[in-house]
Design a binder for this molecule. Sequence first.
Ligand code: ARG
Length: 474
Amino acid sequence: MNSEQPPRAVQSTADAESAKTWSGRFDEPVDERVKRFTASVFFDHRLAHFDIQGSLAHAAMLEAVGVISAQDLADIRRGMAHILGEIERGEFRWSLDLEDVHLNIERRLTDLVGDAGKRLHTGRSRNDQVATDVRLWLRDAIDRIGGHLKDLRRSLVDLAEQHVDTVMPGFTHLQVAQPVTFGHHLMAYQEMLSRDGERLVDCRRRLNRLPLGAAALAGTSYPIDRERVARELGFDAVCGNSLDAVSDRDFAIEFTAAAALIMTHLSRLSEELILWMSPRFGFIDLADRFCTGSSIMPQKKNPDVPELVRGKTGRVNGHLVALLTLMKGQPLAYNKDNQEDKEPLFDTVDTLVDTLVIYAEMMRGVRVDAARMRAAAAEGFATATDLADYLVKRGLPFREAHEAVARAVRAASIRGVDLADLSVEELRAFSPLVGDDVHSVLTLDGSLASRSHVGGTAPAQVRAAVARARDDLA
Ligand code: ARG
């Protein structure tokens, strides 16, 4: 939105009038360096739209309970509409002397409409005001992120659907373990991201309570109607304790934790894309528009986007630690420390939104080399477990079957062949239970098809998982 555009250079107006907002009790003006050090307008101007929304709801409530007049409310509405226009056109003059977004807007309102502007702050404090603004801002961000997350999940499901029966080696310890389908592998990430979506919904639910009314910390003596303000701003309820309302930043921490987890999931997928794109694997290729070349090595095509996602995960994890650390030593109630919540939170949202949008697009451009995947699955004795299970089904205890197959794998690997390349007679040397039908379980497709239960890798099950995900995303 326009009100999030960076302000034109924040100016130091330094006239006596603008400093008066809070310095009446001081003998000397605040040191210029202290002004810069304590100001937040450089970054909290992003809250402007929500600051105005909160102020309008507060003013309407003050009028309804008889604290300000109908004329005051009309003046405040007119002034705020004007200010919103100035901000959206990039014409608003942000002043460093006015410290933060709240005082900048309030001062401009007073310049525009006079005494009504000075009455707006009745029964509230910047402490409950900023807590409200940040919640409104983050709620809006969460709603946008929810949409981007779904779009990314759709891109994964689309690709998975194209590859419900594309065989690839499944790994544990990054060693070939058992065959899986590429579709199944992708659907694992869709599963993670669907949990992430639930976490955001849950976080939004707890965030959606109104701090306003807590005033500085103890509440206010005016006959306020908090429920009315909550309803008007779309909050489900009011915060139940004034001290907690102004000091709580749990919602910022919860959100950043959820964001860190989304980034962590995407970092893992990035690591895989990077590996799969390496010529040693050669499983996939990313579209050229998502890669860069090297300034010195003409042959290079680098997966910069997934690498940067992996890197930016560190940055978001850092913001989570910053927010936790910010809160851990604070006594009740509001402390100026809380001003430090914004930059990590803003950057978390920006980083996450950019990542989700670019990732969805990147996944739509993934090209798959199914033959290379199949060849890799055929190389690592990926069906050894299937042979052991075959012997168990014929009566051998699992541990003995495991041992018999281990000896068969050893023999095959010495000869440089796969288990499926051994004849029935050769296999029977490891267990008399081996029958003429043994090769049916040693094929990759047989192995896949046999794992046909909910959550398994059989193509039919992956198809069902795709259908469930589509229902969920509808
Ligand atoms: N800029 C401040 C913040 O972000 C607003 C609240 C200031 N309150 C105060 N008592 N100084 O937290």
